[in-house]
Design a protein around this ligand. Structure first.
Ligand SMILES: [Zn+2]
Length: 184
């Protein structure tokens, strides 16, 4: 299967996302800036900052992303949205090399298994547009079709993402009802 059209769609769905600057890559809870006691980010977060600072989100090698894939959890909400397409594209382009990238993606989108995971999803998933959710689902479906994900995993992830998308459309419905009322 040719993955080029999917990769194009990933980048196009996320093309409205901007990198807010190297100070906004992580919001480390140990950093005094974010209410912690350290004068800067913790060691893990620093590793993430060192890797992503000054980087665009295009053509990051699966081989490199593999080593920093835990960073998906550490990235601050807007930084997550900016680099998510890099992780998705690496997994789709090179699933074998990006095995740990795929695992990290699964962990982020599966039903939360701890309060930290639940908190993470609550602060990131609502930022995704329906179009972005759709492209994330297509990536997982593609990886499943290629034999890289089992049925229970893909099913539970798609449920999380569909629930998230459903919230958007009910919000839109409420918004529309309000507008209709105002104009009538
Ligand atoms: Zn940290």
């Amino acid at each position: 299967m040719n993955c080029a059209p999917l990769i194009r769609d990933i980048y196009s769905a996320f093309s409205n996302r901007r990198h807010l600057g190297d100070d906004e890559i992580v919001h480390c809870e140990y950093d005094a800036r974010w209410g912690g006691k350290l004068p800067g980010p913790c060691r893990e977060c620093r590793e993430v900052v060192d890797y992503f600072k000054g980087k665009s989100n295009r053509r990051l090698a699966a081989r490199k992303l593999r080593g920093i894939s835990f960073g998906l959890f550490k990235l601050a909400p807007q930084a997550f949205l900016f680099w998510l397409p890099s992780f998705l594209a690496a997994a789709v382009r090179d699933p074998r090399e990006a095995d740990m990238v795929l695992e990290s993606l699964e962990f982020r989108f599966r039903p939360p298994q701890s309060s930290a995971e639940a908190r993470w999803q609550k602060t990131r998933l609502p930022l995704l547009s329906v179009r972005q959710i759709d492209v994330v689902i297509r990536c997982f479906r593609y990886l499943h079709a290629q034999g890289h994900m089992d049925v229970p995993t893909i099913s539970s992830i798609i449920e999380v993402l569909n629930n998230e998308a459903a919230k958007r459309s009910s919000n839109k419905r409420i918004e529309r009802t309000r507008k209709t009322r105002r104009s009538s």
